[in-house]
Design a protein around this ligand. Structure first.
Ligand code: ADP
Length: 419
């Protein structure tokens, strides 16, 4: 099957065409035929970039005012005989849509029916910046491809197996029942894929193991995956909680918010912007949110870059320890994301001193594993550590196949708490 995977943001649509089916999935032979994006939607110099493996990227510019025109443009380019990707739009068998927030309504991927679309709309209050553009992308794609199934794949769904003791906050319970204020967690597609792929490399049935997946990109999160189910994750009600990130604070004392509003006379909006855009690696170092630049700066003796780097790694280590405690041990840790895949320094610092947990890093192998798949622990290490490049689009395409074949695993929701 040829599956169009769409990730629709407010001013961009990222797309991929992936060829996969049950056989290819089992053999790990799914093929990405093309990737691309339309950027700056709403402006007069919108740009489309198309990457076809083995060829030079192609870019084109025009005025694109809304998602419908963006997706029509992408489909035209993908169907252009000169690009040799699709024989026409009819060549697309199904569309997979990344949807950020499925709230408590969705614990797995689903076919987008009018009911499902309405429920996603209702979840918009939880992700006002993300779900509405996700839905605009769906509506545009549905208009262009009304005869194929459209499947929603949620960032939050994988973590719906968390129990109330892990997902509730210590605030009055009525705020949970009234506003669904709780931990949801994000990056679910990545954690799920990496847990699956890491277990496949080790020839393990992940259903038997205690895994910690560590996704370190611009946004960062960990998940504790016990016997195949996410039992805890570091992002929360929003992606702000947990690890230090490129520009986000991660965990901090919530009392800082009212304190800043009183002492610095900052508005709620200003504090929110500060916590999401001006903090994290960037805010602490004053150098950059980009880990590559930070690693270079600390090598040049930049002290704030050094402390930001240490804070970043220290938090990863603390969460690994916390999740091993939560699960009563850990069999493997899988690193992924731009930083997890490419930064031996971060992996070494985050894992240093965890020998008592059975983690023994082979520093030479770790130092050379950049951008690939492989193990970085020694032969004697009781717990294994692997680097597993993530592939969220592939997971979305595979979910399309699973949903259409009726084999999408569904998990029992956790026990409910009655008020
Ligand atoms: P996103 O979360 O936006 O998908 P990525 O997963 O691409 O982000 O990760 C981006 C991060 O990965 C940036 O901080 C970047 O500096 C970091 N990164 C990429 N390559 C390297 C590298 N070779 N060494 C250290 N960090 C890297």
């Amino acid at each position: 099957m040829k599956i169009l995977v769409l990730n629709s943001g407010s001013s961009s649509v990222k797309f991929q065409v992936i060829e996969t089916d049950l056989e290819r999935m089992n053999a790990h032979e799914d093929r990405t035929l093309a990737t691309g994006q339309v950027e700056k939607i709403g402006l007069d110099d919108s740009r489309l970039v198309l990457n076809v493996p083995g060829r030079k990227p192609v870019a084109d510019y025009r005025e694109i005012l809304e998602h419908r025109a963006a997706i029509e443009w992408a489909l035209r380019v993908l169907s252009d005989p000169l690009n040799g990707i699709l024989d026409g739009v009819d060549d697309i068998d199904a569309v997979g849509h990344r949807v950020v927030h499925g709230g408590e309504a969705f614990a797995s991927s689903v076919i987008m029916t009018p009911d499902v679309v309405q429920q996603i709309e209702e979840c918009s209050v939880l992700a006002p910046l993300h779900n509405p553009p996700n839905l605009r992308g769906y509506q545009a794609a549905y208009a262009a491809l009304p005869d194929v199934p459209h499947i929603a794949v949620f960032d939050t769904a994988f973590h719906q197996t968390m129990s109330p003791h892990a997902f509730l906050y210590g605030i009055p319970f009525q705020l949970y029942t009234k506003h669904a204020l709780r931990k949801y967690g994000f990056h679910g597609t990545s954690h799920r894929y990496v847990a699956f792929r890491g277990s496949q490399i080790l020839d393990w049935d992940k259903g038997d193991k205690k895994l910690i997946t560590v996704h370190l990109g611009n946004g960062c999160s960990l998940a504790a995956i016990d016997h195949g189910k996410s039992v805890d994750t570091s992002m929360g009600f929003t992606p702000l909680e947990g690890l230090l990130m490129g520009t986000r604070t991660g965990d901090m004392d919530p009392a800082i918010v009212p304190w800043l509003m009183a002492m610095e006379e900052m508005t709620l909006h200003q504090v929110n912007t500060m916590m999401n855009k001006h903090s994290g690696l960037y805010g602490v170092s004053g150098v950059s949110s980009d880990m590559r630049e930070l690693v270079e700066a600390r090598a040049d003796g930049h002290q704030r870059a050094d402390v930001a780097f240490r804070m970043f790694c220290y938090r990863v280590k603390k969460y690994i320890g916390a999740y091993a405690a939560a699960m009563g041990g850990v069999d493997a840790v899988f690193f992924t994301g731009g930083i997890g895949e490419n930064s031996p320094e971060v992996r070494e610092w985050a894992l240093g001193g965890l020998e008592y947990m059975g983690i023994e890093v082979d520093t030479e192998i770790n130092a050379t594993l950049v951008g690939g798949e492989g193990e970085i622990t020694t032969e004697d290490s009781r717990a294994r550590v692997l680097v597993v490049p993530t592939n969220e689009e592939k997971t979305i395409a595979r979910d399309v196949v699973r949903v259409l074949n009726g084999i999408m695993p569904t998990f029992e929701p956790p026990e409910t708490v009655t008020p």
